[in-house]
Design a protein around this ligand. Structure first.
Ligand code: PEP
Ligand code: MG
Length: 544
């Protein structure tokens, strides 16, 4: 047995077999070959297999999501047959005497770059598609596709690091736990693991990856961050016990379902849930959340290979609102950029992405994307109690511009005779120090604030949330952060707005009483933490 240490980001125990996550393009090596004809034959076989796979996916999509959404796979099939694409692969093999995988990867890079540099947004979006079909070809060449298809058991997925888009594309029903060599606890991957209720340990180091193989048995302790590789009988028994005790504790919390979020002295608070997609609604309802305090709508964009259409978005938002049956649903507009990169947006590489072209900055610069999303949101608003929230606000003028676009969208809908609700609450995220400091000016402009403590911590303490090496300096309880939250709460209430917290700190029950004393009206947490926070609220006595 070997033991490794990382940082636990979702407390639960998992015992099972390891599956090493392979990034298709990261593993490609350039190998010199003698027999170039053989490589070209391998390409032909991989292509035939890809065409067959795409045909099946297209048929499945046609049945499940309709023709418009299935079209993308038709485009993939056409790209696979594209003469320029195929000639490029053959030329690279012939001229450089290299392996098929390398020729496909190089062609993919060249074509993707060419598409990304075009002016037409439609052509730019093809950049992601050419990478997608090439990854499929490479998976067929390396046999990676077959590997993934074989197992039906839930596995402990181990990776160097996982990007949010990679995490979201994993089949959730097959993931028992996440373990990554790198990554930080406030990253979106860690947040996704929490949302998905999956034990996760990050930052175990390269040594761990070097020692594991597919199929090895391991125990992941998401509470302590410990990983046991090939555990002995004694450890196995001890950890089985820990897992059972944890499950029992979580089961006991179930008794709080249907109970109020009220302190011993009678103060009530809303406890809502954070979600990343329509799939999470089951967990929201199961854990008895009073509403949705943050729907990270960017995951609709991350799941797609092209801009989601107004229609696609409308259906997703409508489904969330209908499923919540009149309970509050706060949908945050697109927060792409920084660690959440989407190829088809064709964003430039930046020195400091967290301080760069992100979230509302993209929306205000590319109004066609913003307006499509707002139209979908307003159209869906008649199906429930919708709130719209805007991320990464730093100034009054940004809010003015945002509100003007909302008015424009509503006026257009009205003119077209399309229904929308007049009762949509509009709010902003307080996740930059600037927004907190001028919260007295911002509060009169909106209905609510929602504090994004993940970014507020990053920007206040100058600590990159993606960098695991500085976690010791990233004190989420820092007085500066608590003062900014308190200041925002005071300013919200003075101006008739309400205030919630939707960052990860909202689930930190050592702060529940502090937040209640500040007058925070709502805490929005991963669905699995709703009952834990309710328990903490019910144990508080603010009269003392
Ligand atoms: C935050 O910054 O606290 C937040 C809730 O937004 P995200 O984690 O999606 O950046
Ligand atoms: Mg944020």
């Amino acid at each position: 047995m070997k033991k490794f240490n990382g940082k636990g980001v979702y407390g639960a125990v998992a015992i099972g077999k390891i599956s090493v996550f392979k990034k298709p393009d990261a593993a490609i090596k350039r190998v010199r070959v003698e027999d170039t004809e053989k490589e070209k034959e391998r390409v032909a076989q991989a292509k035939a297999a890809a065409a067959e796979q795409l045909r099946k996916i297209y048929e499945k999509a046609l049945k499940e999501v309709g023709e418009t959404n299935a079209q993308i796979f038709e485009i993939h099939m056409m790209m696979l047959e594209d003469d320029d694409y195929n000639e490029s692969i053959e030329n690279i093999i012939d001229s450089q005497s290299v392996n098929a995988e390398y020729a496909v990867a190089l062609t993919a890079d060249n074509f993707a770059e060419m598409f990304a540099s075009m002016d037409d947004p439609y052509m730019q979006a093809r950049s992601a598609d050419v990478k997608d079909i090439s990854n499929r070809m490479i998976a067929n060449l390396t046999g990676a596709a077959a590997d993934g298809a074989e197992t039906n058991d839930k596995m402990i997925v181990c990776a160097d690091d996982l990007a949010p888009s990679e995490t979201i594309s994993l089949d959730k029903d097959k993931v028992l736990a996440f373990v990554t060599a790198h990554g930080s606890s406030n990253s979106h991957t860690a947040i996704l693991a929490r949302n998905m209720n999956i034990p996760a340990v990050i930052g175990v180091g390269d040594e761990f990856l070097a020692q594991i193989n597919d199929g090895d048995t391991a125990i992941v302790d998401g509470f302590t961050g410990e990983i046991y590789l090939d555990p002995d009988e004694q450890t196995l028994a001890k950890m089985e016990e820990k897992r059972a005790a944890d499950e029992e504790k979580k089961r006991l919390l179930q008794d709080l379902k249907g109970k109020e979020n009220v302190t011993l002295d009678g103060k009530k608070i809303n406890i809502y849930a954070n979600i990343g997609g329509v799939d999470n609604i089951g967990a929201v309802l199961l854990n008895d959340a009073g509403g949705i305090g943050l729907f990270r709508s960017e995951f609709l964009y991350l799941e797609n290979t092209d801009y989601p259409t107004e229609e696609q978005q409308f259906h997703a938002y409508k489904r969330v609102l209908e499923s919540m049956a009149g309970k509050k649903v706060i949908i945050r507009t697109l927060d792409i950029g920084a660690d959440k990169q989407v190829d088809y947006f064709g964003l430039k590489k930046e020195e400091n992405p967290a301080l760069g072209f992100r979230a509302i900055r993209i929306c205000l610069t590319r109004p066609e994307i913003f307006k499509t999303q707002l139209r979908a949101l307003y159209r869906a608003s008649v199906y429930g109690d919708l709130g719209i929230m805007f991320p990464m606000i730093t100034s009054v003028s940004e809010v003015q511009r945002v509100l003007a676009v909302c008015d424009e969208v509503k006026a257009e809908l009205k003119e077209q005779g399309i229904e929308y609700s007049e009762n949509v609450e509009l709010g902003i995220m307080i996740e930059t120090p600037a927004a907190a400091v001028i919260s007295d000016k911002l509060a009169p402009m909106v209905d609510f604030f929602s504090v994004g403590t993940n970014d507020l911590t990053q920007y206040t303490l100058a600590c990159d949330r993606q960098n695991p090496d500085i976690e010791q300096f990233c004190d989420t309880h820092h007085e500066a952060i608590l003062r900014l939250i308190e200041m925002s709460a005071e300013n919200a209430h003075k101006n008739g707005a309400w205030i919630g917290i939707c960052g990860e700190l909202a689930a930190d029950t050592t702060l529940t009483e502090t937040f209640l004393r500040m007058g925070i009206d709502e805490l929005s947490v991963s669905p699995t933490f709703v009952l834990k926070v309710r328990d903490a609220v019910r144990k508080c006595d603010l009269s003392k």
